[in-house]
Design a protein around this ligand. Structure first.
Ligand SMILES: NC(=O)c1ccc[n+]([C@@H]2O[C@H](COP(=O)([O-])OP(=O)(O)OC[C@H]3O[C@@H](n4cnc5c(N)ncnc54)[C@H](O)[C@@H]3O)[C@@H](O)[C@H]2O)c1
Length: 468
């Protein structure tokens, strides 16, 4: 459904009117135009607090990019910034910086206590107003759960509040801020996440905290077709977010099996024809669905690498008015079916080494929603399931979730007008997301280089004001 307000405020007259009335003025977001597009261009400034462990990795990734790289200089708290390598030119931080930055990247992993937080102020205070439209802020810290001393855990946890606040301040420029919490010795695993959060692929992801752990494999990144040779199963692939996931994974080189219910077959076949995928008619709640799916991937491909549990439904009613079949079917489609399908695929060892499972939660599963006790319970359950399974999966397999906020699909087009308008505007970017924003996040999880990204729930919500 077209966002008329968005179109209006992006005309010269509309922009002036919105500014004078103090109304939100959402900026058009730059999304990926070509698969071979550079992940970052323009001028990027990097910095590090004392003892930062990731600065050399950050400097290496950005030094090999299409961006012009600078490192902060001139402040004692930031002297480790020079470890970004010789591709980075020194830039004295002061009030007279002329440059507009496409990204600011800060390594805060060395912060040992609250007094070290001053480095954040020293780096961002003179630079934050120099961010261009659609710019990126990425902060790298150490996962507080892995900090042995309380002051260190305090400083690292402080990064969460800081990043989320920055996201709210820069959202009016269409810019985003995200935090990567590394485990000790996980520097080598940062690259795929750095690339994603600095790129146009993460246009609608802001205010997120991602844990990056260690992984046995650190494959070289294929930036254009990272999923070459992989087989992906996408449920609910005939339309909306599912169709976009199928198209995005195919763009990245995967062979896709799209699944949907029988009435959606004509649409599903159209989507699959365009991406040379295979269509599978199946109701995921049917008792024989797990076996049918497992047989299909075994017979056609000998197994599967990427399993994307996208199919979902809503059956809204306040709890006192909710018929029991609304409750049962909503839990079955959004939660129980995923578990049964995974169990079948894993018990038959059809999910291959370095496999990826991605489940779709929702902002309703984080914050709850009026009239959605069934849906919110199911989508919260998805988070519990993913976090528990992340500790159990083996052979390089990861499991993660995305929690979309307001995404422009047939599901949200069916919402009452006022609710729809509130959903679109109540986030830092003041607009709804596109299905491709969810799909790009899933493609990042699926990358062979994302082996350290396990057990995360990333919201694709433009940093919604609802929930965390
Ligand atoms: N659109 C949003 O703003 C939003 C927000 C949060 C979460 N989500 C979640 O994202 C996912 C996709 O949402 P969407 O907006 O594209 O929805 P949609 O209704 O447009 O598409 C859902 C797809 O799932 C399929 N499906 C439903 N029941 C099925 C079953 N029993 N077996 C097989 N397939 C089945 C449908 O036929 C449809 O193709 C869902 O899990 C949804 O809960 C969407």
């Amino acid at each position: 459904m077209s966002d008329i307000y968005f179109k209006l405020v992006n005309t010269p007259v509309g922009k002036t009117a919105a500014q004078s009335l103090g109304l939100p003025s959402p900026v058009p977001l730059n999304r990926l135009k070509r698969a071979d597009q550079a992940f970052i261009e323009g001028k990027v400034l990097v910095g590090a607090g004392i003892g930062g462990r990731a600065i050399a990795t950050i400097g290496g990734v950005l030094g090999a990019s299409a961006a012009t790289l600078y490192h902060a200089s001139g402040k004692a708290s930031l002297e480790d910034s020079s470890k970004a390598g010789n591709k980075a030119q020194a830039l004295e931080l002061g009030s007279d910086i002329e440059t507009k930055f496409s990204a600011l990247v800060f390594d805060a992993s060395g912060l040992k206590g609250p007094e070290d937080l001053r480095a954040l102020y020293d780096f961002f205070h003179p630079t934050i107003k120099k961010l261009g439209a659609n710019a990126r802020v990425v902060i790298v810290g150490q996962d507080p759960a892995t900090c042995r001393k309380a002051p260190q855990a305090a400083a690292q946890q402080a990064l969460e509040g800081f990043t989320r606040s920055i996201g709210k301040e820069i959202g009016k420029k269409g810019a985003t801020a995200n935090l990567l919490w590394m485990a000790p010795n996980a520097e080598k695993q940062l690259e795929s996440s750095l690339r994603f959060f600095l790129s146009a692929r993460s246009a609608y992801v802001s205010g997120q905290v991602v844990r990056v752990g260690k992984s046995a494999s650190t494959p070289t990144i294929n930036p254009v077709a990272p999923l070459t040779g992989k087989v992906a199963l996408v449920t609910g692939a005939s339309r909306g977010i599912g169709a976009s996931i199928a198209e995005t994974l195919a763009r990245d080189g995967a062979t896709v099996v799209g699944l949907d219910i029988e009435p959606a077959m004509a649409d599903l076949e159209n989507v699959m024809r365009a991406i040379k995928g295979k269509a599978l008619s199946c109701d995921i709640t049917a008792q024989d669905a797990p076996v049918k799916i497992a047989d299909f991937v075994e017979n056609h491909f000998g197994g599967v690498d990427l399993v994307i549990h996208n199919a979902g439904i809503t059956r809204d009613k306040t709890l006192g008015n909710m018929p029991e079949h609304f409750w049962d079917i909503t839990i079955a489609v959004n939660l129980t079916a995923e578990e049964h399908i995974n169990d079948e695929l894993m018990s038959r060892e059809l999910l291959r080494e370095d496999g990826r499972i991605v489940c779709i939660s929702s902002i309703s599963g984080i914050a709850g929603n009026f009239g959605q006790s069934n849906y919110s319970a199911a989508k919260s359950g998805v988070i519990g399931y993913v976090e528990a399974m992340a500790k159990q999966v083996k052979n390089g397999i990861t499991i993660n979730a995305v929690a979309p906020g307001f995404i422009e699909t047939q599901m949200t087009a069916a919402m009452p007008l006022t609710l729809r308008e509130v959903g679109r505007r109540m986030n830092s970017l003041s607009q709804g997301g596109q299905p491709v924003d969810v799909a790009e996040t899933i493609a990042w999880y699926c990358s062979p280089a994302s082996g350290g990204v396990n057990g995360n729930v990333v919201r694709v919500c433009g940093q919604s004001l609802i929930g965390r």
